[in-house]
Design a protein around this ligand. Structure first.
Ligand code: ZN
Length: 151
């Protein structure tokens, strides 16, 4: 899959792909959004529990390739405890990193996706769960598709 990317990064992605974190439905979620990437066939649903402005809990279900699952898994770990504004800022950092390879600020473990920009077909797999996050935060009930985005 990634021949020349850092081995450690590849291991983290494979680990989260095989054993996704927060991989379950959330009946108590306050908002959710469906994400679909028709180019690859990735389908996932993201659940959030908001308390005021803070994301108390996050989970996801669905099926897709290794990159999309690992991305959603790391996303749900990353955004727990963040405010909406902080999560939106992280989305911007991740989008820039995934599309250009440039890491701005501290993105923690999400840095494992910096190598994805070298594989244009995989960019949408990696960004899918982040579009679902923004859709859920906005309270949009429309499914999010990577094909409606200009990126
Ligand atoms: Zn995919």
């Amino acid at each position: 899959m990634f021949d020349d990317v850092n081995d450690l990064y590849q291991q983290v992605i494979l680990d989260h792909c095989k054993k996704p974190r927060n991989f379950h439905e959330m009946p108590t979620a306050t908002c959710s959004a469906q994400g679909h990437n028709p180019l690859c066939g990735d389908n996932l649903k993201l659940f959030l529990t908001l308390e005021g402005d803070v994301i108390k809990d996050a989970s996801f279900v669905g099926s897709g390739c290794c990159i999309s699952k690992a991305s959603a898994s790391l996303l749900t770990d990353n955004i727990k405890g963040k405010t909406k504004a902080e999560a939106e800022k992280t989305f911007e950092q991740v989008r820039e990193m995934i599309t250009t390879g440039q890491v701005n600020g501290d993105v923690g473990k999400l840095a494992v996706f910096a190598g994805v920009h070298k594989y244009p077909a995989r960019v949408k797999c990696a960004i899918l769960s982040w579009h679902a996050l923004i859709g859920a935060l906005k309270g949009e009930n429309q499914p999010v598709s990577t094909e409606s985005e200009q990126n």
